[in-house]
Design a protein around this ligand. Sequence first.
Ligand code: ZN
Length: 432
Amino acid sequence: MNRVTAPMWEPQAETLPREQLAQRSIEGMRRTLGRALTKAAWRRRLGAVTPDDIRGHDDWARLPFLTKDELRDAYPFGLACVQPRRIVRVQMSSGTTGNPIINPYSRGDVEQWAAVMARCYLAAGVGRRDVVQITPSFGLFTGGFGFHYGAERIGAMVVPSGAGRTSLQLALMRDLGATALAAISTYPLRLIEVARAEGFDLRSLKLRVAILGSEMWSDDLRSYIERELALTAFDIIGMTETGGPGLGIDCPAREGIHVWEDHYFCEIVDPATGEPRADGNDGELVVSTLTREGLPLIRYRTHDVTRVVSREPCACGRTHLRLDRLHGRTDDMLIFRGVNFYPRQVESLLLKQPGAGPEYQLVLDRAPGGSDRLSLLLEVAEGFDPSGLGRLRSDLRQQLHLSPEITLLKAGELPRAPGKAVRVVDRRQAGE
Ligand code: ZN
């Protein structure tokens, strides 16, 4: 194993022997359960169980799952475990249907958020000498504030530019000497695109590291961003329900995403049956929080698909569990004429064709005869070699068993969504 040297924010906690991590997680489970049981809504959900019943991880696995719908139905504070006067912040995630999910933070939760984010920054090699430009929005979305608290904690210089105004972002990065970029995974594509359109010289930037998350992004998209911006990109995970980004991050060893196991307990289950999946096998990520107060999670089904890569110590020295980069979501797996696939798999194939992508959209609808139809709208660079299209068709057919109708578009023709990129438009249910 090649050792990778990377500083740590909390070296002792980040390198705890596995047995001690297991012990801490059981203590955290008991504490979390005790906190939840103070609320009638949780007691109704959990039935007759007490913290003393949790002696090992198997006992935890007998508790019922918590679903996204339950959190929506609890809007705004139905499952909150702190008194309203002890809530110092709310963050929110909005879905396409139903109530938004509100996460109420206690003072301790904001501290916990800063601490796990500080660990993430150091894992990415970002420290107090860095200038961190934070480009997710500062608002109900957790991105901006999470990156902010962590950067403040490590003593970096913070440029809280927030979302949008890409030309200004580029100018600030250059003029303030930003060395680290915090962003939604596809935002670097905007930066690259605007720089090209405006003749901005990306080599005038000092960026060294990007910490990206909140969307699925393939290894190929990561390589593209790293090449175009001449930096190293790290994948950070976390969601509003877990308290924002900071659940985990990959490290310089690039062999999985470390999940901070003294704060979070992760299980991988079969999305259909809820049964545990053996290490190495794909399944749905289920997260329990061990230190959160406002909205503790007990076996929360995230819909994210991943697998356990390793429980062995990493080349970076950290002992915490490693998960694979998220492959997709149980609810964004597409089924087309009996073939299952994730948009990220298509993204990987099209980025292998020089001049194609990274902007694309998959459209599923019904052809006039009533059969399902799959179209791929793909932006290509000027002078795109048409033989690349043949290779792409062949790759899609052989590797994913897909034969979409492909429409080539000029760069900039697909609509650009504010925030997360829209990669799939499924009109099959809408009767359009
Ligand atoms: Zn590592």
